[in-house]
Design a protein around this ligand. Structure first.
Ligand code: HEM
Length: 128
C-alpha cells in the first residue's frame, strides 16, 4: 500500500540515491572524515541507501539484509568526536543543496539527522 505522507515517498528512490552519492563524494574529500572511512565507499553508500530508505519510512531494506541497525554500536569502532559529527552534517547539508532537496521534507529530515549524529558521538576531542 502506498503511504504518500512518508518522507521516503516525497523524496523518492532516485533523489535519495543521488543524495547519498553526493554525500559520500564530500566525505571522501573531507580532512576529518576521510581517514576513518574505507577508501572504497561503494559498499558504505549501498548500506546507507538501504538505511535511509527505512529511516524515512520506506521498505526495511537495511534490516532485511543486515539485521537491527544498532547504529551507535556499529559506530563504536570509529572515534566520533563532536567535530566529526558537525563535519558529517555539513557534508549532508551541502549534498542536500546539490540535489536540491528543499522545503519541510528537507528540514524534518535534516533535524532528525542532527539528533542521530549527536547520538553517535563516542569520543572526547583530544586536548591540544
Ligand atoms: C557506517 C562514520 C553518522 C549511518 C559508518 C562508518 C563510519 C561512519 C566510519 C563505517 C563505514 C564502513 O565501514 O563502510 C560516521 C560519522 C558520523 C556518522 C563520523 C558522524 C556523526 C551517521 C548517521 C547515520 C549513519 C547520523 C544515520 C542517519 C551509518 C550506516 C552505516 C554507517 C547505516 C553502515 C553500517 C553498516 O556497516 O552496516 N559511519 N557516521 N552514520 N553509518 Fe555512520
Amino acid at each position: 500500500v502506498e503511504k504518500p505522507k512518508m518522507p521516503y515517498n516525497l523524496i523518492g528512490e532516485k533523489k535519495l540515491s543521488m543524495l547519498v552519492d553526493a554525500f559520500y563524494s564530500r566525505v571522501s574529500r573531507h580532512d576529518l572524515l576521510a581517514p576513518i572511512f574505507p577508501e572504497d565507499l561503494t559498499e558504505t553508500a549501498r548500506k546507507q541507501k538501504q538505511f535511509l530508505t527505512q529511516y524515512l519510512g520506506g521498505p526495511p531494506l537495511y534490516t532485511e539484509e543486515h539485521g537491527h541497525p544498532m547504529l551507535r554500536a556499529r559506530h563504536l569502532p570509529f572515534p566520533i568526536t563532536e567535530e566529526r559529527a558537525k563535519a558529517w552534517l555539513g557534508c549532508m547539508n551541502d549534498a542536500m543543496d546539490e540535489v536540491e532537496l528543499e522545503g519541510p521534507v528537507r528540514e524534518d529530515f535534516f533535524h532528525r539527522l542532527v539528533l542521530t549524529a549527536h547520538h553517535m558521538v563516542n569520543t572526547e576531542k583530544p586536548e591540544r
